[in-house]
Design a protein. Structure first.
Length: 107
């Protein structure tokens, strides 16, 4: 009955397998050092994503705020709001493109 059930081999882990895994890990580390590859930090992508989001929101809010204030000042509602909102969007996308197309120093 016990032979019919799947599971771990009762003999235990083979020392040759653990030795092979250690040698593979060392060889991979040596190869990474030889190629000069640095490991990407886990938060690099989220940091860039947060920066892109901040640029987008900042451009939209900044343009809208400046346009709204100028509309109230010159009584031209809603034209300056729309103009500066458009300029804020253009500036935000320009900054986002600049952020994402610059090469990092390790490339």
């Amino acid at each position: 009955m016990a032979a019919d059930t799947p599971g771990q081999d009762p003999a235990g882990e083979d020392a040759r397998i653990s030795s092979l895994e250690e040698r593979i890990a060392r060889a991979e580390h040596v190869e990474k050092v030889r190629q000069g590859a640095t490991e990407q930090q886990a938060d690099d992508g989220s940091r860039l994503g947060n920066r892109v989001l901040a640029e987008l929101i900042g451009g939209l809010v900044g343009g809208a705020l400046i346009g709204w204030v100028l509309d109230k000042l010159f009584d031209t509602s809603p034209w300056l709001l729309l103009v500066f909102l458009g300029l804020g969007i253009v500036a935000a996308f320009r900054n986002i493109i600049r952020l994402t197309t610059t090469k990092r120093p390790d490339q």
